[in-house]
Design a protein around this ligand. Sequence first.
Ligand SMILES: [Zn+2]
Ligand SMILES: [Zn+2]
Length: 319
Amino acid sequence: MEELDLRKPIENAITGGAGDVSAPENVELHWVQDLVQEVMMLENLPLQSVKHKALTVEGYSRAAVQSYWRVPELKLGFELGGSPWSFMGTQTFFVSHAHLDHLAAMPVYVARRRMMKMEPPTIYLPEEVVENVERMLRAWQRLDRGRMLCTIVGVKDGDLIELSREHKVRVFLTKHTVPSVGYLVYDCRKKLKPEFHGLSGNEIRDLRTNGTEVTAETLTPLVAFTGDTAPKGLDAHEDVLKAQILITEMTFFRPDHRKEKIHKFGHLHLDDILDRADRFENELIILSHLSTRTHEAQAAAALKSRMPESLYSRVRLWT
Ligand SMILES: [Zn+2]
Ligand SMILES: [Zn+2]
């Protein structure tokens, strides 16, 4: 895992040094702070929300338009294709790939947090795109004359990121037309190893005192996020189909949409979901990223008529 802290390099990269930009930028800052209260009441980007057990999923996703998601209870979000005001308080984002509809709002999100005097965010991206994303932010820094304070972390298949004592995120490979990854969020618990079950509290304490590791960490997959992907992404890690909540894409659903073409462009068709109907163990499956040519009602009708009830009852079509 490669970690880049953009604070220093970007400040230094501005022609004439950071001091040059502070004056015009501060005027803008006060103006924006005055405005924010007003704007927050007036407008937001479209959002849907669903609650499942202890977690809420909020977001929006349409192919070639914009995708953005967050799970407030986990203090993280996925994709930065848009940046609703309400998402600004979330400090950690995971981005699956660098298509515009998944990343275009990154400079807006980073800049807004700084204007609101919030801590710089941390953004995880496929390692292949880090250099260009950094360049993009530097260009915006010069254009907008505001520092882009954030930490960018490049990730690759198999990385296990420790977010906190309770949560870890695993990176898995997906299949799209550009470098892409998916993310699995785990709940981490230390549990007593089975061989010590039945021992008294005192016996366990004695073992501990003698240096025996009596607990083992168990990882429970809470959320799987695939981003845009061909079917390979669904099968990349067994926990994708086991996570409590699966957020994935179904860009196409009509029978006349050609599967080979869809897979070549790194997307999923309803048939790919149906092929795996018996294997989904997820309690909630969110299908998103519908093509803009799609009529939502037709997609909903196709799901209802073609999905077995056992799957349909857990699926939510995100439009
Ligand atoms: Zn997309
Ligand atoms: Zn894409």
